[in-house]
Each structure stands twice: as C-alpha cells, then as structure tokens.
Design a protein around this ligand. Structure first.
Ligand SMILES: *Cc1c(COP(=O)(O)O)cnc(C)c1O
Length: 571
C-alpha cells in the first residue's frame, strides 16, 4: 500500500504535540497503568493511521507501574516492573533541561515510532533523567508511574510539562500548532509556552496578550468526573519545586482552587478547546466547571489493536477496507451469523488456552463465561456480582454453567481496591465448583485483549457518575462481545437494549442506587443466560449488531477525526 497524503497534510498541517503521563505503546513496555494510557496509545495509533501530523510526549517509566502478585487469599503485593528501554527504543543524542528546587536536571529522550496502517508514522518521545550528570535522586524521577509522594509527582510533572516542551525544541520541532494535554498531569507545559513568549526574560509581568497566545495553542481532555481525582499540590510545595517566579505566575493565572495548585484548573484556564470523554461526562464536567465551555468527544479504541486474530480474519474476508477505515465495520451486519459464532469460538479458545498457560486451570469452553477486568478501584465495584451467591448458584444449576474471569491491579496505596480483590477471592472460595471464578494476576494490554475478545459477556458496574467513559466494553464490541453495564460513561450512548447488550438499572437517575442495580443485574443475568444457551439466532444476532453499531463507531479513528475537526483545526 502506497502511503498517500491526506488533504489536511497538504493544505495546513496542524501538527499536534500530544502529552500524556502514561502511554500504552507496546504490550511488553509497562509504561501505562490503565485506561488513560491505553487511550493515549490508541489515539497515537489512530493519528498515525490518519496521517495527522503528531508527536507524543511522555515519561520513560523505567520501573513501570508495578508487577502484581496475588497470594491464595487475594492479598496483593507489588514489585518493580523493570524493563529494557534499549530493546524497544532508540536513544536520541538531544538534551534538554529543567530547573527543580534550583538544580538543573538534564533530560534525554528515547524515541518510539508508531506505524500507521498506510505507512505514516508518529514519533513518541519518552523522557528520561537517568543521566550521570544528575543527582542520584533526580535520576529516579522518570522511574515510577504514579509512585512516590506529592513531591515526587510534582517533580515528574515538571519533567513532563516543562521538560517536554524543552525537548521538543531541542529536537527541532518548531512548527507545533496544538499542545494536547491528555489529563492535567502535563499542564505545566503552559508555563513553558508563556516563558517562550517572553524569550527568556522570565515570567514576571505576564500580560493578557501572552495568556491569549498560549490559550490559542492548547487543548485539554479531562478524564476525571470527581474533584478528589484532580491532581493538586500545596502552594508551599510548588514554591519549593518550581521557584518563586513560576509560582507567582501560576498564582496570577487562575490555576489555584481552594488555595492549592490544581492542574485541572491550570489546563482549563489555558485551553482553547476542552472536552470530556463521553456525552454524560461532558454534562458532569460542565456542572463542575461552570466557567469553562466543555465539549465532548467520546473515547474510542484502536480497532486493529484490539480485534482478536479470528475476527481480523473474518473482517478481512468480508470487509477488507475495515483496517484503513473502521467505518466499514458497519457492514458487519451482513456477515453470516455462523461465521461470527465460529470466530468467537476461536477467540474463546485462545483466551482459555492463555488462562491455562498462566494458571494451569482448564476452564470449560462450552460454559457461559463472564469477564470483568479493569483497575481495581472502589468505584468500579468488582464484587457486585457476588451480592447474592444463592441466586448465582441457582441460575447456574437451573439454566447452565457459569464461569467468571476477573483481572485488575489495585494501586499500591489503594486499600479499598485491595479489599475488593480479596472479596472476589472469598466469593470464589464460597462458590467452589457451583460457579467457577478466577482472578488473574497482571491484567495488562495483552491479557486485556484476550479477555475482551474471548469471554461471552462483558460486565461493567461502576458507581454512577464516576466512569468518565470506560473503554474495555468498546474492545469487547469489536469482537462481537456484548456488554452488560450500568448506564454510565460511554454506555449511556452505546447501549441499545437487546441489540448491543443490556443495561443494569435505568438511565433516569444520574447517581447510583446500589440495591436497585443489584436487583437489575440479577434480572438481566436471568434473561441473558437462557438466551446464551438456547440454540436460536438471538444471542448471535446481538453479537453481530454489537460489532456493526458499536465497533464501527467506538473506535479511535472516529475519535481522532472528531479531535481533528473540533479541536485541532483552527482558522
Ligand atoms: C482497556 C483497558 C483498561 C480500561 O478499562 P475500563 O473498563 O475502561 O476501565 C484498563 N487497563 C487495561 C490493561 C486495558 O487494556
């Protein structure tokens, strides 16, 4: 395939610098923790597919997020996920520096190249401070993703935001029109852009014109529907790390909220375009930030990355254009049901083989298999399915066997998340052979692909309205796996009852009513399990319409087109 220029690359190249604290680039590079990093990786993959001139900026994370170990009771312990950057990345000779607590910290970058479907590429720069010129402590600043305390985190954000812009300059990227902040962690890049306006004359006397100029160059995507999730730092810490002048400048630009430096507000006040990641999240965000116009671009996942080999082959045979243009997945509606079922049998076999490789446990290929995997955070309520064990036993014994596969890491400091994992282990022990329940260690990009494509039903029951979007159900949809989910995040718009999956509860209430949701969860399982086991075209029909309706839309190519049209192209 010859790489052809896209119209926007000829007329007006809107070069975008995409900044994200985490990016999922390769299953073997532990440079992400969850959905935010996957979204960043999928966005860059789609930018390469669509030839949108883009560069990515993130940190190297030499010790990764962490490796997860679970004992027989479900107690999680962690160890560093050390990896070898030189196996995947090219070290670049360029150097940049930032000032932290008055010290100069040197930065280098490693380059990863994302290849698009037509041969276009997107470079990603992973910043690294492990240089002998730096103090031993400064050398650790690009080691741990979301590790350490506030002080460590703020220093990392200096490297990402200020260091990232400095590195782009050192690498010769002068023609960047748009700085896209994926979450607030990179918001200090706005200070670097202000400083550039002053051409080295420091940050005092920042004028309205300076602010307007920076505002014109920035785009911000918020992912956090709860204020407690905002990235914030005491002013005394900001002063210590950044120094007097930058802190005074921050104070002058509406980045403080309740007296602390708030990265979300910093990003909001400097962005010409702001969006939430689903329509519901736009509403929630607009209520939280009444002074800023909030838009919505609903997340999508990179179709080729998340489609299992069996479904890739199926689509290649019936709709070969799908790789270049995911909209063609609409035509999956014409694929014969038995071929969809056959591809699913194959994807399920691959999942069960992987489960056996990892655990030695052989699950039953005919048994209805429910999947639940995501970060083990309290609001995701991983244990909801086990609210009534008797009812679950009854469904399994009266209708047909059920098995459930879980995965997900709790942040090392999140005791609530760790407790949830233990509860799943307790439920698994209580259910025994009546309903097989497995919790897999080390949920990551590779396992995510097996799970989302290989189970029969994808379950999601977060506390409303805390799920900004959610993306794992979109990965499932690309593989003909319907969702059973609370109406929050993307599911408010992706759900068509009995066509793309099923809802838990109804959408009339913005918040969660756990007892109603639990009752609804079991009612729906009572409905779905017989449908799965009866040999009628109903369940396979849902699988197929899930692909045609949701695979064709909730993909990263559609998402990037929306960013291009609504956020990146300016007149
Ligand atoms: C897709 C993905 C996520 C996000 O899952 P949600 O259900 O949207 O929370 C998290 N972690 C990994 C490894 C993923 O692949």
């Amino acid at each position: 395939m010859v790489s052809k220029p896209m119209p926007w690359t000829i007329v007006h190249p809107p070069t975008v610098a995409y900044f994200s604290m985490e990016v999922g680039l390769d299953p073997a590079m532990p440079t992400y923790s969850g959905g935010l990093g996957m979204l960043a990786g999928d966005s860059l993959r789609a930018a390469a597919d669509l030839a949108i001139p883009t560069v990515g900026v993130t940190l190297l994370h030499r010790k990764g997020y962490f490796r997860q170990h679970l004992d027989a009771w479900g107690n999680q312990s962690e160890s560093p996920a050390v990896w070898s950057p030189e196996e995947f990345l090219e070290p670049l000779p360029a150097r940049a520096s930032v000032t932290i607590e008055g010290r100069t910290v040197q930065i280098r970058a490693w380059r990863y190249i994302v290849h698009g479907v037509s041969g276009h590429t997107v470079p990603v720069y992973l910043l690294d401070t492990a240089l002998p010129e730096n103090s031993p402590w400064d050398q650790t600043l690009t080691d741990n993703l979301y590790g350490g305390d506030d002080h460590y985190r703020l220093c990392q954000e200096v490297i990402l935001g200020l260091g990232g812009v400095a590195m782009l300059r050192a690498l010769g990227h002068e023609r960047i029109q748009t700085y896209h902040m994926n979450e607030g962690h990179s918001a200090l890049l706005t200070l670097a852009l202000l400083e550039e306006r002053h051409e080295g004359r420091g940050l005092h006397n920042v004028t309205a014109a300076d602010r307007e100029a920076v505002h014109h160059r920035c785009v911000f995507t918020t992912h956090t529907p709860v204020p407690a999730g905002f990235d914030q730092f005491p002013m005394s810490l900001a002063r210590q790390v950044l120094g007097e002048e930058p802190t005074d400048a921050l104070q002058a630009v509406e980045s403080l909220h309740d007296g602390v430096l708030n990265m979300t507000y910093l990003a909001l006040s400097f962005s010409r375009y702001i969006n939430g990641v689903s329509m519901r999240h736009e509403e929630v965000s607009q209520d939280m930030f009444p002074n800023y116009p909030i838009n919505s671009i609903t997340n999508g996942v990179h179709a080729v990355t998340w489609t299992a080999p069996a479904f890739q082959g199926l689509y290649d045979r019936h709709i070969p254009e799908w790789r270049h243009d995911n909209l063609y997945l609409r035509y999956a509606i014409g694929i014969p049901l038995d071929e969809i079922q056959q591809a699913h049998v194959e994807a399920k076999r691959e999942l069960l083989a992987e489960v056996e490789r990892r655990t030695g446990i052989r699950l039953a290929p005919e048994a209805m298999t429910i999947g639940f995997a995501r970060r083990a955070a309290a609001y995701k309520r991983a244990d909801m399915l086990f609210s009534d064990l008797d009812r679950l036993r009854r469904i399994a014994s009266q209708v047909g066997p059920l098995q459930v596969i879980y995965g997900g890491k709790a942040h090392p400091k999140d005791e609530g998340g760790k407790t949830l994992i233990r509860r799943i282990f307790q439920a698994a022990a209580a259910l025994g052979d009546a309903v097989r329940v497995l919790y897999l260690e080390e949920y990551d990009m590779a396992l995510g692909k097996y799970l989302c494509s290989g189970v029969d039903l994808w379950l999601n029951n977060p506390q409303k309205p805390d799920e900004a979007s959610g993306t794992s159900g979109m990965k499932a949809a690309l593989n003909g796996v319907p969702s059973l989910s609370v109406l929050d995040g993307w599911w408010v718009e992706g759900h068509v009852e009995g066509v793309t999956g099923w809802s838990i509860g109804d959408s009339s209430e913005p918040g969660s009513d756990p007892s109603k949701e639990i009752a609804s969860l079991y009612d729906k399982i009572d409905l779905i399990v017989p449908m799965f086991y009866e040999r009628s075209p109903v369940f396979p029909g849902v699988m197929r319409s899930t692909i045609a309706l949701n695979g064709s839309f909730y993909n990263a190519q559609r998402m990037l087109f929306q960013y291009l049209e609504n956020a990146y192209i300016t007149d």
